[in-house]
Write a protein that binds this ligand. Structure first.
Ligand code: 3MF
Ligand code: MG
Length: 434
């Protein structure tokens, strides 16, 4: 037991009229939305790195947070950190959490020492999970913070770093499986480059493709039934990252024969950095059959970097869940809060309130998305817009050729009349629900 969250009771649903800052006003886990409990739709997860490992630093200044688990370079404090984390899970009651190896264990002087620390904490987690409902949404390896990864992990010019990466991912997949994790994620923060003057891009892409194939082979070897997910992001920390966005990742997966074995973990802030909306990335992955899971946060629209703030924009979140529900909803994936406090938000109740607000925003978005689907207005508009394609002669055209189509256009004097796209009418429609 720590006393970090002392005085904060488990968060309850009190309804939309509640003025209690530490109550849910929209997230009601048992409420049924489109035939499924809200908790089972949203599948919330807490990210260990932002909530417990990050110390409040930015490029201009170091630590602002003072926590009972600091300094984080000792096994004793790693256990205090785990105690506090599970105390927060008990308060919020979210069904999942996620970690990187480096978030949960102190780095050792050797690979073997880091692994020993890691395995001890995984066992400690296992004990805590055995008496609770909280589960692991995904595990991942941090292959971007330590200086050994500065030139990449699987794309590093040094084969010894490739080897260290492979060994690291093996241990993280083993630990994810041991804890019953439902996904394994790879985000390549330094799988990219700073300058082409020192980079053989084709070789690096081939190594990354080979590495991911080894990950999939290992998944089958150990019988891991979770999804393997890659997480697109266009830049930061690398100037150019190979997994730029959903469409780029799909092309990569196809080239290396992985499109049926690997799906995507999409993040709101990364979509914005790539110049897309979040719903664009979700709809792209859905159209390509690779929507896996989401990292929920938001980026500041002025600053142009990855601010990882908690979500607070219902219309944006509603459109994201609209496309997730249209895809059939999460199976193994979920909503991971890859979001951090502002560095001035020092207190334990800031951390709780941030998650309470984020969960409520997502619940409101989900309810709005479900209401739009149940109303069917957008489906009707789409059906009307594409109705011409339901005609047999339109379908037959797709199986014909340019010459025959030319004969038809000239023979029948085809002269298409432009029709309104009705964008403002549809935007007004969405605003009725959000
Ligand atoms: C970086 C991220 C990462 C990934 C994480 C798991 C540190 O912008 O979003 O968080 O989510 O590495 O893939
Ligand atoms: Mg993320």
């Amino acid at each position: 037991m720590t006393d970090f969250f002392s005085g904060i009771a488990p968060i309850k649903y009190e309804g939309a009229d509640s003025t209690n800052p530490l109550a849910f006003r929209h997230y009601n886990p048992d409420e049924v939305v489109m035939g499924k409990r809200m908790e089972d739709h949203l599948r919330f997860a807490i990210a260990y790195w932002h909530s417990f490992a990050w110390e409040g630093g930015d490029p201009f200044g170091g630590q602002t947070f003072v926590r009972p688990w600091h300094p984080q370079d000792q096994m004793a404090t790693a256990k205090i950190k785990a105690d506090a984390a599970f105390e927060m899970f008990d308060i919020l009651g979210q069904p999942y959490f996620c970690w990187h190896d480096a978030d949960i264990r102190p780095e050792g002087d050797t690979f073997a020492e880091s692994l020993k620390n890691f395995e001890a904490i995984i066992d400690y987690f296992g004990e805590k999970m055995s008496t609770r409902k909280v589960k692991l949404l995904w595990g991942t390896a941090n292959m971007f913070s330590h200086r050994r990864w500065m030139s990449g992990a699987s794309t590093n010019p040094d084969p010894e770093v490739f080897a260290y990466s492979a060994a690291t991912v093996k241990t993280c997949m083993d630990a994810t499986m041991k804890l019953g994790g439902e996904n394994y994620v790879l985000w390549g923060g330094r799988e990219g480059y700073e300058t082409l003057l020192n980079t053989d891009m084709g070789r690096e892409l081939d190594h990354m493709g080979r590495f991911l194939n080894m990950v999939v082979d290992y998944k089958h070897k150990i019988g891991f039934e979770g999804q393997i997910l890659v997480e697109p992001k266009p830049q930061e920390p690398s100037k150019h990252q190979y997994d730029f966005d959903a469409a780029t990742c799909y092309g990569f997966l196809q080239k290396y024969g992985l499109e049926n074995d690997v799906k995507l973990n999409l993040e709101q802030g990364h979509a914005i950095l790539a110049g897309h909306s979040f719903e664009h990335e979700i709809a792209t992955a859905s159209a390509l059959g690779v929507l896996g899971s989401i990292d929920m946060n938001r980026n500041d629209y002025q600053s142009g970097w990855d601010t990882d703030q908690f979500p607070n924009n219902v219309p944006e979140v509603a459109l994201a869940y609209y496309h997730i529900l249209k895809d059939g909803g999460f199976t193994k994936g979920g909503t991971n809060f890859d979001a951090k406090l502002r560095r001035q938000s020092l207190d334990a109740d800031d951390l709780i309130a941030a998650h309470v607000g984020g969960m409520d925003i997502c619940a409101r978005g989900l309810k709005a998305a479900a209401a739009m689907i149940e109303d069917g207005g957008l489906d009707t508009a789409l059906a009307e817009r594409y109705a011409g394609w339901d005609k047999p002669e339109a379908q037959a055209m797709l199986n014909s050729d340019l010459g025959s189509i030319f004969d038809k256009v000239t023979g029948e004097g085809i002269n298409p009349a432009p029709k309104s796209g009705r964008q403002e009418i549809l935007e007004n429609y969405v605003n009725r629900f959000v």
